[in-house]
Design a protein around this ligand. Structure first.
Ligand SMILES: [Zn+2]
Ligand SMILES: [Zn+2]
Length: 492
């Protein structure tokens, strides 16, 4: 991290009114979002990345490309591809001379007409609305970053972009189109419209924008206010020191902002149960850990398990052809592809729709139970597994997208028609609930519960507190925290 933090000077009327609580911003220090280890962040050269010494999570990376011009070029291309995709046709189906052409919006609309409003809104939100908002936010971020000083609204947009970006599922939609296309070529003549290629291009340019944008560099150009607010509304004075000058502060006094990564040292141990106050750089509420992470994850996971049963037992869609046909469950859909000889595609659908939801439910369940028990084994493996679960979760939407396309395009009454069924809504609910479960889980608490993050244990299950007390806080501090994060070439 850069040593040259700019701190806005304190105003005259702020000074000299009794003792005010204070926080010291510690430069050059970073908390690993995967395991909660505080470590020195070395100065990175372009093309290098810093990894956590304990769990291997990426902490920072420096891009080789121009920090603003490159993401801007990709962002402009994304906007162009998006608008063109919205205006062009997705595919045309020809059944015995009768044609039907659909575009991006037809799927969500048809689902709504059929009475599956929630599913229609969901598909529309993640394939049409979210990409548009993400592109708009990215333009705003790049404009804000191009200013000499990041404007006050800049941090809010950056935080919101991070929250919204996973909801834009263009890359999953492309696979949904591909599976729908494969199913359709079986029964009729299909013409792929220009929107398919445009969405493919949009997927690449949006990924390229994200991978070339250096958010850490943008945060470094944001000043740190010399005063901030505590949760109670009281003032907190902010000062700054670099870790190289003051040495490693006591780990239980440290807290990091989950939005911008700024690390602060307080005069007292930081509780897990209370919000520390507002971040003096991004004004986001700062908690040592995500509030009530175990309870929230458990609640979302139980809800997902409840929906999992109807999602697999009930048909997700009904395919009628010449008056015949019937409902298909998720598993039947994958088996049908297999029977038709489309083995790679069958495996893909099987993996995305059956393996991924099961993997997510089982792994998050395992992580929750191990945390409740204060288990100390497999911490690195559990943290890596969490990263995988977090990454693959969105791909389960393939089947929902495929159904939305089939419902839109196969509408030839008696000759051929596809309708959505209740199983699809339950399945979409499983996907969304497991996504929410993963996003509300804070993997750092697995390390807290194992007594590896210092003496702060409030808010953890009672058994865990006993386990840490037994060993004493001193032995639970990891020796790795005195070492800097490891550097590696960034190959991505
Ligand atoms: Zn780590
Ligand atoms: Zn912050």
């Amino acid at each position: 991290m850069n040593k040259s933090f700019s701190i806005r000077p304190m105003r005259c009327d702020d000074a000299g009114i009794g003792p005010v609580p204070h926080v010291r911003i510690v430069g050059g220090l970073s908390e690993c979002p995967g395991c909660g280890l505080y470590q020195r962040l070395p100065e990175l050269a372009p093309g290098q990345q810093a990894l956590c010494t304990r769990c291997g999570q990426k902490l920072a990376r420096r891009r080789r490309t121009a920090p603003l011009a490159t993401p801007l070029a990709f962002c402009i291309s994304s906007a162009a591809f998006y608008l063109a995709a919205l205006a062009s046709s997705l595919m045309t189906l020809d059944v015995y001379g009768r044609q039907r052409t659909v575009d991006l919006l037809t799927g969500p609309m048809e689902l709504m007409h059929e009475g599956w409003g929630e599913a229609g809104i969901l598909v529309g939100a993640v394939t049409v609305l979210a990409p548009a908002v993400a592109i708009g936010f990215m333009f705003a971020i790049l404009y804000a970053a191009s200013r000499p000083q990041l404007p006050d609204w800049g941090p809010r947009i950056l935080v919101w972009y991070d929250k919204l970006r996973p909801w834009s599922m263009v890359e999953v939609y492309i696979l949904g189109i591909f599976v729908a296309y494969t199913k359709l070529t079986d029964m009729a003549h299909v013409d792929v419209g220009p929107a398919v290629y445009l969405i493919g291009a949009l997927m690449l340019t949006m990924a390229a924008t994200d991978s070339t944008l250096d958010t850490e560099m943008i945060w470094q150009h944001r000043r740190i206010d010399s005063l901030t607010r505590a949760e109670s509304g009281g003032r907190v004075v902010v000062d700054y020191a670099h870790v190289d000058d003051i040495g490693m502060p006591p780990v239980d006094h440290l807290v990091a902002c989950s939005s911008c990564g700024l690390v602060g040292e307080l005069a007292h141990p930081v509780s897990n149960l209370r919000c520390v106050g507002l971040c003096p750089r991004c004004e986001h509420k700062v908690w040592r850990r995500l509030p009530q992470t175990l309870t929230r994850t458990t609640a979302f996971l139980i809800a997902a398990v409840v929906f999992y049963i109807p999602a697999n037992l009930y048909p997700v869609m009904t395919f009628t052809r010449m008056g015949g046909g019937g409902g298909h469950t998720i598993i039947e859909g994958a088996l049908e592809l297999w029977a038709d000889g489309m083995i790679p595609l069958a495996l893909l659908v099987f993996f995305a729709s059956i393996t991924v939801p099961m993997l997510k439910i089982a792994s998050l369940g395992w992580m929750i139970i191990q945390t409740w028990r204060g288990a100390r084994g497999h911490l690195v493996a559990r943290t890596r597994l969490f990263r995988v679960v977090d990454m693959v979760g969105r791909w389960s939407m393939i089947d929902v997208f495929m159904i939305s396309i089939l419902v839109a395009v196969v509408r030839f009454n008696f000759m051929a028609s596809v309708t959505a069924n209740a199983g699809m809504v339950a399945f979409a609910a499983v996907v969304i609930l497991t996504l929410l479960a993963a996003w509300s889980f804070d993997p750092r608490i697995m390390w807290d519960a194992a007594g590896r993050n210092g003496p702060v244990t409030d808010g953890l299950p009672p058994g865990v507190v006993a386990a840490v007390d037994h060993d004493g806080p001193a032995s639970s501090l990891s020796p790795a925290e005195t070492r800097p994060a490891s550097m590696e070439p960034d190959l991505a």
